[in-house]
Design a binder for this molecule. Structure first.
Ligand code: 1BN
Ligand code: ZN
Length: 401
């Protein structure tokens, strides 16, 4: 009895002593473990590209979704119908004579950091590219419907992921009404007006709580070709490149199965784009715009872009699924919610921070975790030693030792 109890106390003390050593080993192998974890997680991804592609068809069937139109109203009712279980708000604004309505859907409200996924649902009033033969409003299958379709499919699966932080799906109006010729009986307002209004409605507490904001725009092209868009948060692009590589979406890089990837993401190709990510970037939110600006052409912002050829046949379920799964992968691994403490890109026009201290920050976090563990260990050691000592003294007094 005496012998067993002493051994029991010693065993507890030994276990407590080796705890920090075990954890430091884990920390030192962090990058290896994360690659294998990423690869394991890829097998569980559930984003369904066919469902997303079906949504593209349904949106295009509503007709043009220009601000204030019947199609725009139908689209909002469609969102309401497809996002049951989410808290939806409709935020109305006016710019010149255009009625603008942003739609925000929230899940896990008030829980931890906020990850925002954003897509514009409006389509352009005119197919006014120089390559267009017909200036009537484009269908916006890729430029409008593709991003919305991906967000809706993510909206379907997110409740099943058991995430421990808030997610907002923001469907912006009036992204695509810039630089229009008003002599053609249309109203021209700045690019990304809906996103600008959405940002103006945020409190500073909300801004500070957003760890990342990802814009999905023109992600359905059969022939996907993403570069890095700026302004942006470097860390978000680095994470994207890493996930894309392991998913087989980076040319000449090996994926989880050791196979060479296809040329979908190449972040060495950098372009400045005026899209919905710019207003949130300007208030210091870490942003990234995933947009394929080579739509039906090798040239930037050419091909089917803003033409009557932006139609459903140019969009594929496979492309939607690649992007949707990449975003889902980042969500499942907590990669989008852990990037709050990073700063914005030095290539940006932001007056805010201009370097990228992710490595400093992660080292700092690692050090803090380690200090906390050592503190806990010392506390438990003192507590258990005192209890053991007290027990020995008590037992001696009772004449049992
Ligand atoms: C994205 C889709 N954009 C318009 N349709 C934003 C944009 C604006 C991209 C101007 C390039 C130039
Ligand atoms: Zn457009």
């Amino acid at each position: 009895m005496r012998f067993n109890l002493r051994h029991h106390i010693s065993a507890i003390i030994i276990v407590i002593c080796v705890m920090p050593a075990g954890n430091s080993m884990l920390i030192s192998h962090e990058s290896e473990i994360q690659d294998s974890l990423i690869c394991e997680t890829i097998d569980f991804l559930s984003f369904n590209g066919s469902l997303a592609n079906q949504s593209v068809h349904e949106q295009v069937d509503m007709g043009p979704r220009t601000p204030g139109s019947n199609g725009s109203h139908s689209l909002r009712m469609y969102l309401l119908d497809h996002l049951r279980g989410w808290d939806l708000t409709f935020q109305n604004h006016q710019y010149k004579e255009l009625n603008i309505t942003n739609v925000e859907a929230v899940y896990n409200s008030g829980m931890g950091n906020i990850v925002v996924l954003m897509a514009h649902y409006d389509t352009r009033q005119l197919a006014d590219s120089v390559l267009s033969n017909n200036e009537s409003p484009p269908d916006g299958a890729n430029d409008g419907a593709s991003g919305v379709a991906a967000l809706l499919e993510l909206g379907r699966i997110i409740p099943e992921l058991g995430l421990n932080h808030e997610i907002r799906l923001v469907f912006t109006d009036a992204e695509d009404q810039g630089n229009l010729d008003e002599s053609k009986n249309v109203t021209s307002i700045p690019w990304a007006t809906g996103s600008q209004r959405w940002v103006e409605n945020l409190s500073q507490t909300e801004i500070d709580g957003i760890s990342s904001l990802i814009v999905l725009d023109m992600i359905g092209d059969k022939d996907l070709d993403f570069g890095k868009t700026i302004p942006a948060n470097n860390t978000l692009w680095d994470i994207t490149q890493r996930l894309a590589k392991l998913m087989g979406l980076v040319e000449s890089e090996t994926d989880c199965d050791g196979e060479l990837g296809e040329p979908v993401f190449d972040i060495s190709d950098v372009n400045y784009i005026t899209d919905d990510h710019v207003p949130p970037h300007n208030v210091g939110i870490p942003v990234m715009d995933i947009i394929d600006i080579r739509y039906g052409s090798e040239e930037v912002l050419s091909g089917h872009w803003h033409t009557e050829n932006d139609t459903i046949d140019k969009v594929s379920a496979d492309s939607l699924e690649k992007v949707g799964k990449l975003v889902e992968l980042g969500l499942r691994l907590g990669m989008w919610s852990g990037s709050n403490s990073t700063s914005n890109d030095s290539n940006s026009n932001s007056s805010l921070s201009s370097n990228d201290p992710i490595s400093d920050t992660s080292i700092e976090n690692e050090e803090n975790t380690y200090r906390l563990m050592i503190g806990l260990f010392v506390f438990l050691f003192i507590l258990i030693s005192s209890l053991a000592g007290a027990w020995v003294i008590f037992a001696e007094k009772q004449g049992e030792v």
